[in-house]
Structure formats: C-alpha cells, structure tokens
Design a protein around this ligand. Structure first.
Ligand SMILES: NC(=O)c1ccc[n+]([C@@H]2O[C@H](COP(=O)([O-])OP(=O)(O)OC[C@H]3O[C@@H](n4cnc5c(N)ncnc54)[C@H](O)[C@@H]3O)[C@@H](O)[C@H]2O)c1
Length: 261
C-alpha cells in the first residue's frame, strides 16, 4: 500500500466497538495493522470483537468497559487506553445512536440520553484525549448524522439536534486545536447495521413506509453502505498521513443521500 495511506502501528481509541459501525471498524483497522482500544458498555460483544480481531491481526484490539454517560469513566478510560497503547495518534467516536419520537412528544429521558451520550460524550472524549494529542498532533473523527443537516422523515428531531451539536463542536475544536496539528472531522454515514434493523422494527407501519420512500429508496447509489468495505476505509483515510491537510470537514458516506455542507 502507498505508505501515505498506511495506518500500520497507529494507536487509535474508538468509542463504540461492540457491534455496528464501531465493531466493524475495529476489525477493519486491526487488519490494517492499527493498535486499538475500544470503549463500550456491551462487554460480552465488545470483548468478542476484540478477541476475534486480535486473532486475525496483524493489529490488536483491546476492549475496556466505559460508559460514555459517566464523565469519570471517560477520563479514567482515556488515561488507561493511552497507557495500554503507549501513546495516542487518533480517536474515532462511533458510540450512541438515535431514539425515535415525534418532536412534540420527546421525553426528558430521551433528550437527556441523546444529548449526554451523543453530544456531551463526544465532547468529553475530545477533551480527555486533547492532552495526549497536543504535543505531536493527531486526528479526531466524530460520527455525526446527515439528519443534522437536513430534515429526516422518521421522528429524529432530538437525535438530529444531538448530532448537530457534534458537527458544531467538531468544527470549533478543529479551529481551536489546529495550532496543535490536531485535525477534527465528522463523518455522516448511511450504512447497514443491527441498529437499523432494530429501528425499522420500532417504527409504525406509516413511518416505515415513509422511511422506505424517503430514505432507503432514495439513495442515489441505490443501497445502504457496508461498514467494513465502504465506511471504515474512509476512517482509515482520515487518520492516515494522506489526510494531513484535511480538518473541519463533514464527509457524507451515504451513497449521495444528503448534502454534507
Ligand atoms: N448506521 C447508520 O447508518 C448511521 C447513520 C448515521 C449515524 N450513525 C451513528 O453512528 C453511530 C453508531 O451507529 P450504529 O449503527 O453502529 O449503532 P449501534 O447501536 O450498533 O452501535 C452503537 C454502539 O454504541 C454503544 N453505546 C451505546 N451507549 C453507550 C454508552 N453509554 N457508553 C458506551 N457505549 C455505548 C453500543 O453498545 C453500541 O455498541 C451512532 O452514533 C449513530 O447515531 C449511524
């Protein structure tokens, strides 16, 4: 491989790692020779991913239980991960997700969960890795969502707000931390994961029909993407030397569904 795109030996922290985007990405990055620590709360699944990815190699995945709702666990988890990895080069945050409800019915629980896991959690993770990246620089990739930039037909007002916060936050730290050569970008994916299957099951028949019409059947490239072959390589690019002049950008890895301006 052109060494500009190589991430061999890169030390990567990933929030999320039990399944879906995080699980698939951890496996992919390990195949590229990266050293990874994942944070998640699904211990059995995340440990299994770490074990299998490490066995496959040549990189290594180590799992640590960190509840992103708990600020102390984030701080302690990051310190532990940096020791385990012997330093840090990059972080990819792909934890959390959506809770669906009509805007006028969003409960306090749903607001709090989404803002605390998605938005605040991402911010606290960035704050916690900052001291470890500021000497030599590094790359932060935060997973947001296209719904933060455009209306979404499946009752995601509060979720979209929590993801919009990630985009605003990422662009601001990209500016503030550029002097430390810390690059910060967002990715808005549309890929098939277990969570999508669950969400489809949670939708009313009307919502499902609207989702099929406005999202699933409206992707210009005609389908949802694949985590390991179509999304994880974009993360690889963004943490590789090939992207060393890219910061403060939003990448739609979504088959052309949504504008990512
Ligand atoms: N799948 C898509 O097409 C898509 C589209 C847009 C955005 N996203 C975003 O990508 C991310 C991953 O989505 P996914 O489809 O892989 O979903 P997923 O549910 O499979 O993965 C989310 C992971 O986050 C973990 N998690 C949840 N709460 C946590 C907490 N408090 N502490 C630590 N870990 C926690 C879960 O255990 C899980 O492993 C989410 O932020 C989601 O909003 C996904």
């Amino acid at each position: 491989m052109n060494e500009l795109f190589s991430i061999e030996g890169k030390r990567v922290l990933m929030a999320g790692g039990a399944r879906g985007i995080g699980g698939g990405t951890a496996r992919y990055l390990a195949r590229q020779g990266a050293q990874i620590v994942t944070f998640d709360i699904r211990d059995d699944l995340a440990s299994q991913v770490a074990k299998e990815a490490t066995e496959e190699g040549p990189g290594r995945v180590t799992f640590r239980h960190v509840d992103i709702l708990n600020p102390d666990e984030i701080t302690e988890g990051v310190e532990w991960a940096v020791k385990e990895l012997g330093g840090l080069d990059a972080m990819i945050t792909c934890h959390g997700g959506p809770l669906l409800s009509p805007a006028e019915e969003t409960s306090l629980h749903d607001w709090d969960w989404q803002l605390q896991v998605n938005s605040r959690g991402t911010g606290l993770l960035c704050q916690a890795v900052f001291p470890h990246l500021k000497e030599k620089g590094g790359s932060i990739v935060n997973v947001a969502a296209g719904g933060a930039l455009k209306d979404n037909p499946i009752h995601t007002a509060s979720y979209s707000a929590s993801k919009g916060a990630i985009i605003s936050y990422t662009r601001t730290i990209a500016y503030e931390w550029a002097k430390y050569n810390i690059r910060c970008n967002c990715v808005n994916p549309v890929v098939q994961t277990e969570r999508d299957t669950e969400l489809m099951a949670e939708m009313s028949p009307e919502d499902r029909k609207e989702f099929e019409g406005k999202v699933r059947n409206n992707i210009p490239l005609g389908r949802f993407g694949d985590v390991q072959t179509e999304l994880a390589p974009v993360f690889q690019f963004l943490i590789s030397p090939a992207a060393k002049f890219i910061t403060s950008q939003i990448y739609g890895v979504d088959g052309g569904l949504l504008p990512s301006r």
